[in-house]
Design a binder for this molecule. Structure first.
Ligand code: ZN
Length: 331
């Protein structure tokens, strides 16, 4: 009886401790929009908790719909990392309505992140073609080619290309911004975040050197992509994308466009047409029929990879390797 009373009193003390402890030092809830961004955040947080991920599976952020689990995570979040409305338009309203208690870090606006406009021209039109009226541009005359995809109109901010992580120098700038935000939200772990950010910076530097060596032999080889996602990588490593099959990732191209692109593949002697995991390979087969072009697969979101700190590095290395294999004349 005595022992029981004593046990009860210990239990009461424990309960009191348990009730106060989590409130006193609750870890902040951190969430990230897409896998590549989640990977950079997870790298800076390694050794602490893992951030939560919003866009899972093979879905494209251009056309994603927020699930109930994602909405709940946003509602609980203290810190939200996303690229911005150019890439994850589905998050714009929920962040405003659900993420009211959170600090929102728009990485597209982070210091040191260099942004590019979506491309237009003979075969490169913007993602959100519907709101512009460039429908006639694909019928421009044949003296267009090489310079066309570097030519931009006076774009509003909304037309900036959101695939910023595909330039490792941007990834380094994002790591700095991520570390700064984490240190402010969770100063207790500041030394860990700072050390991780430094080591991520160095790993990304080494990764970029490695990618440069992989891609140097295939610089300037013309190729086509499924959607205009690779501008940042092309600029960094001197690659020569000639156009994209889709105007917007959520719309299938019409028969006329497929024919135009197949002609273009022939005319340029393009070595490769790249598809992506979300998109039907049948369309790529139609584009490459009766041409010498090979096909390759690029996965700029890392949809097939396990989320975590290493995903970013595997994703970039896989893309460089796939490009090298498909663009090599002798492969
Ligand atoms: Zn995209």
């Amino acid at each position: 009886m005595y022992a029981t009373k004593r046990a009860a009193s210990i239990c009461a003390t424990l309960l009191a401790v348990l009730a106060t402890a989590p409130a006193a030092q609750a870890d902040p809830e951190i969430i990230a929009s897409i896998k590549p961004i989640h990977s950079l955040v997870a790298g800076v947080m390694e050794g602490d908790l893992a951030p939560k991920l919003v866009v899972e599976g093979a879905a494209s952020p251009h056309t994603y719909s927020l699930r109930p689990s994602g909405a709940r995570a946003l509602g609980r979040a203290d810190l939200i990392f996303w690229v911005g409305h150019n890439l994850e338009p589905f998050l714009e309203k929920p962040i405003k309505s659900l993420g009211t208690g959170a600090t929102v870090v728009t990485l597209m606006d982070a210091p040191g992140v260099r942004t590019l406009a979506y491309r237009e021209g003979t075969t490169f039109e913007g993602h959100d073609h519907a709101k512009d009226d460039h429908a006639d541009e694909k019928h421009e005359e044949s003296d267009h080619n090489d310079d066309d995809h570097d030519k931009h109109d006076d774009h509003a901010d909304g037309d900036l290309d959101g695939h910023i992580w595909l330039d490792p120098v941007n990834a380094q700038a994002m790591v700095r911004a991520i570390a700064d935000a984490l240190i402010t939200a969770d100063p207790e772990h500041a030394p860990l975040y700072a050390a991780n950010a430094q080591s991520m910076h160095e790993r990304i530097e080494a990764l970029s050197t490695e990618i440069d060596a992989i891609l140097t032999p295939v610089r300037g080889q013309p190729f086509f992509v499924f959607h205009d996602a690779y501008h940042y990588m092309e600029q960094r490593y001197g690659l020569a994308a000639a156009g994209s099959i889709t105007l917007t990732p959520d719309l299938s191209p019409g028969a006329g466009r497929i024919r135009d692109i197949r002609n273009k593949v022939r005319e340029l002697g393009a070595t490769c047409v790249f598809t992506e995991p979300q998109f039907p390979t049948s369309l790529v087969d139609v584009v490459t029929a009766n041409t010498a072009a090979k096909t390759g697969l690029l996965d700029p979101l890392g949809t097939s990879l396990l989320a975590g700190p290493d995903l970013y590095f595997t994703l970039m290395r896989n893309m460089a390797t796939a490009m090298r294999a498909c663009l090599s004349r002798d492969g």
